[in-house]
Design a protein around this ligand. Structure first.
Ligand code: ADP
Ligand code: MG
Length: 386
């Protein structure tokens, strides 16, 4: 499973990457982190004498159809410039053959083929024919049982790329040898995707600090009036269940005691910092309040390991960004090991211009990181082992 243990000389390598990059209104790549993160593996394969690297990624959500705007050629062009190597571009998702002369090739958007998301064996076989070994470096997609993640891995000798390897190592450390006190900071919009992690960490973590939209559901479940705040009515029972199981651990599970509220969600909004019991009417809770922030910063300072997923407020608006920003800044200088993951959480770091290198680990997977931390075996990781 370890790429470093395999002889790559003259091998044709089918490399699943996650080049699902964000683009701006002109279709230009607005953030190349995902491309840059795959470079160590690509360079390693080249250095070790691989004969051919076949790159494959998805881009956007074409749902099994060919959508011209979602072709991946522009990503290949971008990578060409970085690598200073020509990339042979396939017009098809699964071409019959790739010219021998192509040192690096890139397949068309794998999700153009309906077989990708269905983990179709025929598609996986067509891909496997092109290569000698399979390498997965797309951690962010490894919680999906897709043909390019699972199907092909079963047909070829399969290995984790360097990026995927590092993700597994760090997240396994968190699960198996967490440093104590261990703190989980959880925020974001909806509670659904975070329930599993909350349930797992109630027993594992020493502190769970809750913020963002999900805190509203907990506040509501505790009987507070949350005005017009975002919350999930269908998750009230789950929220109650989680709080109930936290009761045996004194003060472990912390929800905000005060909040920044406004009736509008924009930068011109009139804001107030209120104790949560004073929220009413058309007020919306849009950030954690000052007292809550101080408390959370205090816990961060005492922690040996901290995992953070989910913004603590509507950080996209300046007037509701303070909680998320101060927490991010505190984590950047924290003594403990900090592990961060989540699409919008990482967007927040960028917005606040905080260098990712300041943290022990910034995961390339949002959903995949959460599922891993729940203790679930990711299909893509499992496929590499078996
Ligand atoms: P991540 O992608 O990091 O896992 P989520 O997708 O769960 O995070 O949620 C991020 C979104 O949650 C952000 O766009 C943020 O604006 C929103 N959010 C956070 N707190 C609130 C709140 N109190 N009210 C409304 N939206 C919120
Ligand atoms: Mg998100």
């Amino acid at each position: 499973m370890n790429l470093k243990s395999v002889n790559l000389k003259n091998k044709r390598v089918w490399l699943r990457v996650d080049f699902n990059v964000p683009v701006d209104s002109q279709g230009l790549i607005s953030d190349d982190t995902r491309i840059m993160s795959a470079l160590p593996t690509i360079k390693y394969l080249l250095k070790k004498g691989a004969k051919q690297i076949i790159l494959a990624t998805h881009f956007g959500r074409p749902k099994g159809q060919i959508i011209d705007d979602l072709r991946v050629g522009f990503i290949a062009k971008y990578l060409e410039k970085i690598l200073k190597e020509t990339i042979w571009q396939s017009k098809e998702v699964a071409p019959k053959e790739i010219p021998n002369s192509a040192k690096i090739a890139m397949l068309e958007n794998v999700r153009f083929d309906p077989g990708e998301e269905k983990n179709d064996e025929k598609l996986a076989k067509a891909w496997a024919k092109l290569a000698d070994i399979y390498v997965n470096d797309a951690f962010g997609c490894s919680h999906r049982a897709h043909a390019s993640i699972v199907g092909i891995a079963k047909l070829l000798p399969s290995y984790a790329g360097l990026l995927l390897q590092r993700e597994i190592e760090v997240l396994t450390e968190v699960l198996d040898h967490p440093q104590k006190p261990l703190t989980l900071i959880i925020g974001g919009a909806k509670i659904d995707t975070k329930i599993g992690v909350l349930k797992e960490f109630i027993h594992k973590a020493d502190n769970i600090l809750v913020g963002g939209g999900i805190a509203n559901t907990f506040l509501f479940a505790q009987g507070f009036d949350i005005g017009k705040s975002l919350y999930q009515e269908d998750k009230l029972e789950t929220a109650q269940e989680i709080m109930l199981s936290a009761e045996v651990y004194k003060d472990k599970f912390v929800i905000p005691s005060d909040a920044v509220v406004a009736s509008e969600m924009n930068d011109k909004a009139l804001t107030l910092n209120l104790p949560v019991e004073d929220v009413e009417g058309d007020m919306k809770i849009l950030d954690i309040g000052k007292t809550t922030l101080m408390k959370y910063l205090y816990v961060i300072n005492k922690s040996a390991m901290i995992i953070w997923n989910g913004p603590l407020g509507l950080f996209e608006c300046e007037c509701f960004a303070k909680g998320t920003k101060k927490i991010a800044e505190a984590l950047a200088i924290a003594k403990g090991k900090v592990i961060i993951g989540g699409g919008e959480t990482i967007d927040a770091l960028k917005r606040f211009k905080i260098d990712e290198k300041k943290f022990y680990h910034v995961s390339t997977g949002g959903g995949a990181m959460l599922e891993f931390l729940e203790g679930r075996e990711l299909p893509g990781v499992k496929a590499l082992a078996g």
